[in-house]
Write a protein of this length. Structure first.
Lengths: 1015, 153
């Protein structure tokens, strides 16, 4: 075998908690086994050996393994035991690294801007081997301090380094030590606070697990400087691995006489004991910690006296946290001026942050203080995963606050974070993205502090409880603006009046989120809506959010699955009074939003709605009744979906409503724009009859604007008006020959056919356009016996008509010519003989995001036809309306000018909704906006203020999920909508889509993933 | 209280030079015997050491780690630290509650599992985190819950 014999090889396996929980122990064992099996350990000097090391920092990629061959390091990520053999064979023995398992570019990116001082040896040395620590100059600083420096010199060194406590408050370590040193007393204590309680921070755990001797050495130096012979590490019981490694390290240090009597040949005696906490966050506060060490419950006491004067058992006591202690040996070793050269003027040195939450490269990072937050988040952290938006970073745990995205460039140090209402704290950095709700985050921390409040002082005990209650009510949708002001007031009281740091800082997460995310709080209390969709009562499933009418889809689908069809229909009507119409012709944006799409295919929501509507129509159904009467009469102009929707909700609310319709038939575009084979008249009638049963009066053949106008209606006692006149005018093609006989407007053509007129088309018809009107006109012309060609200037991908319609049109024999632009309609005195067309190609995207079609020069051809239907878009027909001498205002595009939220026009009491406001849109959009108009009319008539924003939908019911076995779930597929045979349907205007059976509908309901119930 | 139980507590006391300053450590040791702090054990401990029962009770109820009620054979514990919270630990807890049919702080009727929560175990990089006895599981998805729980009889 031609294998290169390796030199000294070490496989360093990350075995911090992150590494262990990802299987580090097993990976290490696999290396040991491989080395043994391949005889690699038996050679001189144990040439290949596996080594456990502490946290390497980049926990996102655990298990991390460094293979070090003759000082050449190669990093592997996500290592599993079964990958080890190949690494040994191919890399260690064969000399070729396993490329696909190497740490990626983000590994270098993660480390590039870090400056490792405290973490220098963490993840590099075996934390359970004192010789490994000695091998990196361990205990030399203690030796230097004890043998060559006086205690004053040590303290002076720490003072001039500028080191500030790394546990939270950031007090000068040197000054604190000096106080303790000068305090009178024979017996003194130094304590290491390893009660790392801030959720989201774990650097202290990592330091103890990865480099425990550094903490011990720091404490020896501190004990010497302050004249304390006893050290105590108060450590969280939640950190078993850290406790184990610390105890092991203490034993080894005693064995080597770094602890005990007469250290380093001096007269200084020092030893350290380990004391376990028992799960109380407040014990991170120094006086509470002392109480805990004295066998008491962890209640803080007022300061002064400070522990430096009267601490444990009344003796002078100095408490620093793990990171601070671990920094001390580095300062003694390399000097105060080196340390103070790092960082900013008031924040010297480096700080470890635990970068967690919604961030790509989670892990522990050590950076010079003063580094811009952006570099931590984007350069080191690699940004936000899953294409989400960065929202905020929470620093300092329950005592800290949230820094919003606009402050991403803040230099991270003690002063700057304080100025933003947060703190450096112990160094937790929890990154939040758009899916995190700031009210929820505030609630999390306040509820934490409420639970952890020791109960000794009233402001903290009662204050945090009240804060939690207020936040809870806000997240439940029971909040008001008064909640916000009360919350703010309460925060200030708790901050001022609490006894210890826990209470004093507990309001920070609330105050900072109120400051930077007030809008989000307001959405909760004013709109009863949680923008991040975290607070469940203020959220909706994606389908419901996708529905312009905001129907509680998951609940009605579940009701259908249970066979409770009438209840399902009632529930739909709460948000949409035209369930039949939408069951037949809705473009179903809900299905586009449906999460089931990611699994297989979206739920057939429209077909389910149609099923319950059909069921009710066949069974004869009940309609909700208005249970009150109000005197104010409302006039609605136009009986399209917007007008019908508004009429229904106003009538339900007790208003006498009259709908005026210019045509002899009701329904507007639903009746005269959508052919019967898609929406049969009796289906539309069913919805309209339900509205009529509520007492709505309909007056057909009654145009408003002439002799009968808004002024005369006002004189008749109408107090509010809704204009829902739609958009019934075809946009001209703007080409020559457009005025020839035989050229029709698509919308007018459909209207005439719908009203029963005999329209005589030629044998060959060209339809111009790619929208729904074009498709409807083409299929209608086909049914009248013509041969139909659709001319569309873009490609199939850009067509705005519904996919099913396009497919059905093609099935029926309509021809579609894409990338074809008519430029002239030619003919003679009798009519049209042909269309001159240009071939197109797609260029750059235009304002609509669709690629702009560009003509190909010289590509003119003539398509011989006998008639042309133009259907490239509709605009509102001109209205001449006014009230009290004032004219109604229109936009340049001919749309009625309305307020974007409450839909009022420039005329008092006159509102507008539907296509005349939005331009041509879908029925379901008109239904949603019509309902909003009804709410505004109600506000107007009751003298109440208008809504200031559009209310977002939230779940209306909480229906239990259907019981479906995993086996059954696996078999369910989206049903295919049964269709009438093509040969039968093109002869007439009978329905094309035949609807789902009850059984198919109930089965389809089972496919719903019930996003509404997901927490 | 059996002779054996008393002896076990005696042995624990022998391991400590003095009671003063070690109450929490002693309670940890007593709890390790049976997984909780039985009332008789605490009474015996109080009588033997002279530490007032009121003080023992105060400490035992103040700190989250101590339990005065029996625990199941296996400890299932969901981390509710900040990182875990923002990564959906509430959903994880809900899933476990649903599977076991108990709420946080309760024990299943067959004494198989006790479900609890903890305020951060410091494994924030791998959130959300679930602990089962001495195992730490990182990046736990709800669908893994059944599999993890089934490993404990």
């Amino acid at each position: 075998m031609n294998r290169k014999s390796p030199g000294s090889v070490t496989a360093k396996v990350c075995m911090g908690l992150g590494g262990v929980s990802a299987g580090g122990q097993e990976v290490l064992q696999a290396f040991m086994d491989q080395f043994a099996r391949k005889g690699l350990t038996g050679e001189v000097n144990k040439r290949c050996h596996g080594q456990k090391v502490g946290c390497m920092g980049f926990c996102a990629k655990d298990v991390l393994v460094d293979i070090i061959i003759d000082d050449q390091k190669t990093a592997y990520q996500f290592v599993k035991p079964d990958m080890v053999e190949r690494i040994v064979d191919q890399h260690i023995l064969g000399g070729i690294p396993v490329a696909e398992w190497l740490a990626g570019p983000e590994y270098d990116q993660f480390h590039e801007k870090q400056e490792k001082v405290v973490l220098k040896h963490c993840g590099q040395i075996d934390p359970e081997d004192i010789d490994a620590y000695l091998g990196v100059d361990g205990y030399r600083s203690a030796g230097k301090a004890l043998t060559s420096m006086t205690s004053e010199q040590v303290i002076q060194e720490i003072k001039s380094s500028g080191l500030r406590g790394r546990g939270g408050a950031g007090f000068s370590t040197g000054i604190k030590w000096d106080l303790c040193r000068k305090a009178p007393g024979e017996q003194k204590y130094v304590i290491c606070n390893a009660d790392e309680g801030d959720p989201g921070a774990f650097m202290d755990r990592a330091v103890i697990e990865g480099d425990p001797h550094a903490v011990i050495e720091g404490m020896i130096i501190g004990g010497y400087a302050m004249g304390a012979s006893e050290g105590i590490v108060y450590i969280r019981a939640e950190y078993p691995l850290a406790i184990e490694r610390l105890k092991l390290a203490l034993g080894q240090a005693r064995e080597r006489r770094f602890l005990g009597k007469g250290l380093f040949g001096t007269a200084f005696d020092f030893d350290i004991r380990v004391k376990l906490g028992a799960g109380a966050f407040v014990c991170g506060e120094e006086t509470a910690l002392i109480a805990s060490l004295e066998d008491q419950i962890g209640e803080p006491r007022p300061r002064p006296p400070f522990p430096a004067v009267s601490g444990l058992w009344g003796k002078p006591t100095n408490i620093n946290n793990v990171e601070t202690w671990a920094t001390v040996p580095k300062i003694i070793q390399r000097g105060a001026s080196w340390f103070s050269s790092i960082g900013t003027e008031k924040s010297r040195g480096t700080k470890i942050f635990s970068l967690v939450g919604k961030i790509r490269n989670t892990g522990l990072v050590e950076v010079p203080l003063g580094i811009p937050l952006r570099e931590i988040i984007y350069d080191i952290g690699g940004g936000i995963p899953n294409g989400k938006r960065f929202k905020a970073v929470q620093t300092g745990g329950p005592s800290g606050g949230c820094i919003s995205a606009e402050h991403i460039d803040v230099p991270v140090d003690y002063e700057n974070l304080m100025a933003l209402g947060s703190i450096v704290g112990s160094g937790g950095m929890v990154v939040l993205d758009e899916d995190n709700c700031m009210v929820d985050v505030a609630k999390f921390f306040v509820s934490f502090c409420k639970d952890e409040s020791c109960g000794k002082c009233t402001p903290c005990r009662e204050g945090t409880r009240e804060m939690a209650r207020l936040l809870d009510e806000i997240s439940q949708g029971k909040g008001t603006l008064a909640h916000l002001s009360l919350l703010e007031e309460l925060c200030l009281v708790v901050k001022d009046a609490s006894l210890c740091g826990l209470g004093k800082s507990a309001p920070n997460p609330v105050l900072s989120t109120l400051k930077y995310f007030r809008e989000e709080y307001e959405a909760h209390v004013l709109d009863k809506y949680c923008p991040a969709q975290v607070c469940k009562p203020l959220s909706a499933a994606p389908c419901q959010r996708g529905c312009p009418a905001g129907i509680d889809i998951p609940s009605y689908v579940a009701l259908i699955g249970e066979g409770r069809y009438t209840e399902a229909l009632d529930l739909i009507r709460e948000d949409n009074p035209l369930p039949s119409v939408c069951g037949y012709v809705c473009p179903a944006p809900c299905e586009t939003a449906c999460r089931r799409r990611d699994v297989d295919k979206p739920l057939s929501i429209r077909a389910l709605k149609r099923f319950v509507a059909d069921f009710a129509r066949e069974q004869g159904e009940h309609v909700p009744e208005a249970n009150l009467f109000r005197p104010q009469k409302v006039a609605i102009v136009g009986s399209g979906p917007a007008g019908l929707s508004a009429a229904y909700y106003l009538a339900l609310d007790g208003y006498p409503v009259t709908v005026f319709e210019a045509l002899p038939v009701l329904g507007g575009m639903l009746r005269v724009g959508i052919p019967d084979y898609r929406l049969p008249p009796e289906v539309l009638d069913f919805d309209i009859e339900a509205i009529a049963k509520l007492g709505v009066q309909f007056k057909t053949r009654t145009a408003i604007g002439g002799a009968l106008n808004l002024d005369t209606l006002k004189a008749q006692g109408f107090q509010a008006f809704l204009l829902g006149t739609g958009a019934h005018q075809e946009v001209p093609l703007g080409i020559s020959g457009e005025e020839r006989p035989g050229v029709y407007s698509g919308i007018e053509f459909l209207r005439r056919v719908s009203m029963g007129e005999k329209v005589k088309l030629g044998a060959r018809i060209a339809v111009v356009g790619g929208g729904n009107v074009a498709m409807d006109a083409a299929r209608t012309a086909l049914r009248l016996g013509s041969q139909v060609t659709i001319l569309y200037r873009r490609t199939a991908a850009e067509m705005s008509a519904y996919h099913e319609e396009i497919v059905q049109a093609l099935d029926e024999g309509v021809e579609i010519r894409y990338l074809t632009q008519p430029v002239e309609i030619v003919g003679n005195e009798q009519g049209v003989t042909g269309v001159v067309c240009l071939a197109m190609e797609l260029g750059e995207p235009d304002a609509s995001g669709r690629k702009r079609p560009v003509p190909i020069p010289g590509s003119e051809t003539v398509l011989p036809v006998d008639g042309v239907i133009k259907a490239i878009g509709q605009v509102p027909q001109p209205l001449s309306l006014g009230l009290d001498g004032q004219a109604l205002q229109f936009s340049k595009r001919g749309l009625v000018e309305t307020h974007p939220v409450h839909l009022s026009t420039n005329l008092p009491g006159v509102f507008a909704a539907g296509d005349n406001v939005s331009g041509p849109a879908t029925a379901v959009e008109a239904i949603g906006i019509g309902r909003r108009a009804a709410q505004s009319i109600h506000s107007y008539l009751q003298g109440e203020p208008f809504a200031t924003r559009v209310k977002m939908p939230t779940a209306r019911r909480r229906i239990d999920p259907l019981k479906v076995s995993d086996e059954e779930m696996g078999k369910l597929v989206r049903p295919k909508m049964p269709e009438e045979e093509v040969a039968k349907r093109i002869q007439n205007f009978f329905l094309v889509e035949l609807g789902l059976s009850a059984e198919a509908s109930r089965n389809e309901a089972k496919r719903c993933l019930r996003c509404d119930l997901a927490d | 209280m059996t002779e054996l139980q008393m002896k076990a507590i005696d042995r624990i006391l022998e391991g400590f030079p003095e009671v003063k300053g070690n109450l929490i450590a002693l309670l940890h040791a007593i709890q390790a015997l049976e997984g909780y702090l039985p009332e008789e054990s605490l009474r015996y401990f109080s009588a033997k050491t002279g530490v007032p029962l009121s003080q023992i009770y105060a400490v035992a109820t103040f700190y989250h780690f101590f339990s005065l009620t029996p625990k199941g054979r296996h400890q299932v514990c969901v981390c509710l630290g900040t990182a875990c919270h923002v990564k959906g630990s509430t959903r994880l807890l809900g899933e476990i509650e649903k599977r076991l049919g108990i709420q946080e702080g309760e024990t299943t009727a067959d004494m198989r599992y006790t479900l609890s929560t903890v305020r951060c175990v410091g494994n924030c990089s791998c959130a959300p985190v679930l602990l089962t006895d001495k195992e730490t599981h990182g990046n736990v998805a709800s669908k893994q819950v059944a599999d993890i729980l089934n490993r404990y009889e």
